[in-house]
Design a protein around this ligand. Structure first.
Ligand SMILES: NC(=O)C1=CN([C@@H]2O[C@H](COP(=O)(O)OP(=O)(O)OC[C@H]3O[C@@H](n4cnc5c(N)ncnc54)[C@H](OP(=O)(O)O)[C@@H]3O)[C@@H](O)[C@H]2O)C=CC1
Ligand SMILES: O=C(O)C1=N[C@H](C(=O)O)C[C@H](O)C1
Length: 234
């Protein structure tokens, strides 16, 4: 496949290595200063850029009939617009806050645990995410996905927040520590014990491999998809 990388930072460069190893070509590697480029050279685009440009990058792909895999976080206020555009243009679009197989398994564990905890009011949930210091958004996209999945599966929670706990709100602590690729923790605490589930990424390989697998899967399809469609779990 001919792949366009929209964003050639830490993730773009990791994706390039994995894509080349799997026999693909990188026909574009776009960064902040690359204003003029022909996206139609690509069979598929993979966007790991920055929150303020992600929606434009995705729209440009959809408008030019190029399937697009989006991994950028922090732009989701525009997600429904991207979905509507994709449907209108009969395009192909997938977004995931986290492309790693491990985190997608963790998402399922989190939903199951939330369903079990919904009847056990003695436990209060809290979350923590830790990332490297260059990260632009907080909380992480993965933490938001985890919180939304708890809200959908647990009667007591209606929202999440980064500050002090409000009633019916899941408190999230976002820490920034040099070189951490991504750690997510969900805690249920009672007076007598704590139950914790945690995912620790050791490097960016899992995210990048998942994004390339999603791109391979997406080509030739039309519609709006999630990683559950690609991995057939959940
Ligand atoms: N879904 C997932 O599985 C994962 C998602 N992410 C998300 O992916 C995104 C990128 O992460 P990461 O690679 O670590 O970040 P980096 O900062 O290393 O890379 C972002 C890149 O985007 C570039 N960029 C800036 N403006 C544009 C533009 N207009 N078009 C294209 N590219 C542009 C930046 O260029 P310049 O440096 O010149 O400004 C930079 O090279 C983040 O939102 C992060 O949260 C990260 C890991 C996994
Ligand atoms: O910025 C990162 O690095 C990461 N971002 C994603 C997120 O916001 O959840 C995924 C992963 O945790 C790494």
């Amino acid at each position: 496949m001919n792949i366009a990388l929209l964003g050639y930072g830490k993730m773009g460069q990791t994706i390039e290595k994995i894509a080349l190893n799997r026999g693909h070509n990188i026909v574009l590697a776009i960064d902040k200063d690359d204003k003029e480029y022909n996206i139609t050279k690509a069979d598929v685009a993979i966007d790991f850029s920055i929150p303020t440009v992600a929606f434009n990058n995705i729209s440009n792909c959809i408008n030019n009939n190029v399937p697009v895999v989006s991994g950028t976080t922090g732009w989701l206020d525009d997600y429904e617009k991207a979905v509507a555009l994709c449907k209108e243009k009969n395009g192909a679009f997938i977004y995931a806050s986290n492309y790693s197989l491990g985190v997608n398994i963790f998402f399922e564990l989190n939903k199951t645990l939330a369903r079990m905890m919904s009847n056990l009011k003695q436990y209060n949930v809290s979350m923590e995410e830790i990332h490297h210091t260059q990260k632009l958004d907080a909380p992480s996209g993965t933490a938001i996905s985890l919180a939304n999945d708890i809200i959908s599966n647990h009667d007591s929670y209606k929202t999440w927040s980064l500050d002090q706990q409000h009633e019916a709100s899941i408190p999230i602590v976002a820490k920034r520590i040099e070189d951490v690729p991504g750690t997510h923790t969900v805690n249920y605490e009672s007076e007598v014990d704590t139950i914790t589930i945690e995912h620790i990424a050791h490097n960016r390989h899992g995210f990048a491999l998942g994004a390339v697998i999603a791109a391979e899967w997406l080509v030739g399809k039309t519609g709006v998809f999630t990683m559950n469609d690609v991995l057939n779990i959940g």
